[in-house]
Design a protein around this ligand. Sequence first.
Ligand SMILES: Cc1cc2nc3c(=O)[nH]c(=O)nc-3n(C[C@H](O)[C@H](O)[C@H](O)COP(=O)(O)O)c2cc1C
Length: 196
Amino acid sequence: MTMSINEHGPHGPQGLMDSGSGLEPQPTPVAPTDAQALREAFGRFPSGVIAVCGMVDDRPVGMAVSSFTSVSLAPPLVSVCLQTSSRTWPKLRQLPRLGLSVLGEQQGEVCRGLAGAEETRFAEVHWEATGEGAVVLPGAVTWYTCTLRAELPAGDHTIALLEIDRLWTLPSAEPLVFHGSRFRRLDDGDRSAVPA
Ligand SMILES: Cc1cc2nc3c(=O)[nH]c(=O)nc-3n(C[C@H](O)[C@H](O)[C@H](O)COP(=O)(O)O)c2cc1C
């Protein structure tokens, strides 16, 4: 099957797939200057949620982040994107070690808390600090302790590149999924016809 990809989108000017494809007509394309449309489009991409946390003046500081990406195996690198307006990232970026916790499926409330009012972020959250001041959350699927290696300005965000120092994984634990502005769980059923 061939598909046309042009200024009208992947399905041509009529917004229709090739005959016989069986797919629905596609919506009209919009410019990426439409912030709401852009947010919705980005929200269609499912992700996990990470808590990025560390000890500042003997208190835990952190924030919820869905922009986590694995970047490199050697050296072991991950990235997160932080809003330039963030009041928490300027504190975290100065720490020698950061804890990254991949939130588990039961941690939707934890995530909400870590995106909420600064003073109460850890009020209802169990946390543990490593000797180096990284903060990780019990109940998470994976913990990483990381060192910040680089930052790249990227529009209204900063891309932070972090090198992994240590990691712990609970293979049987299921992650929290963030999709379409909602928290979800992975479905047990395998709906994909093609193995990944
Ligand atoms: C599910 C979810 C995902 C989020 N992802 C990000 C993210 O990738 N980057 C970011 O800067 N903020 C993200 N936030 C917002 C932060 O958690 C936090 O609310 C925001 O940074 C404002 O707080 P601050 O000024 O203390 O940083 C996310 C919030 C939620 C609920």
